[in-house]
Design a protein around this ligand. Sequence first.
Ligand SMILES: [Zn+2]
Ligand SMILES: [Zn+2]
Length: 200
Amino acid sequence: MTRPAQAGRPPARGPATRSTRPARDFLIDLRTWPRDRGGRWELALEPSAPQDWGGGLIRLPAGGPIRLELVLEAVGQGIWLTGRAAFELVGQCARCLDPINRPAQAELQDLFLRSTRAPDGPDDDSALIQDDVIDLEPLVRDAIVIDLPLAPLCYDDCAGLCASCGANLNREPAHRHGPAADRRWAALADWVPSQSETTG
Ligand SMILES: [Zn+2]
Ligand SMILES: [Zn+2]
């Protein structure tokens, strides 16, 4: 099996790395902060992935819904954001190649700073509040993509495929081949490394 492509390491955050306009459903307009909530605002959003996030054997597909539960707290120079993203991953088991379709979650946490300066180049790693708007997309994308496994499994003890014929050993747990297929290795069956051999 070939090693799956590196699961889309997210590029550094910043306007310069964005390939498209901000997805509107990832934006929080702080001017709509409810007056009666004081310095703490809990809200839920349901954006969808603007493109495939991830790659290789598992991803959140483009258009896949994301449920965001967020807590925004006003702090000195900005907004401290914590929360959780819930979404559905699709992919393929690295051992048995069966389709994977399962719910997943990612924790969110970031400080968004108010800034009056213009956005810097791609080296600027701070999350900024621009025109009273927070763009959650880079934060959510990074949190989801970073946790994706390179070798996802349909379940933890997936038995995989028979190395000889490719039969799915989850569906055929009793699958065996006759001794003829293994004749070349028969001698190994009785071989046990002894202490004197391994220590020289
Ligand atoms: Zn599997
Ligand atoms: Zn087999």
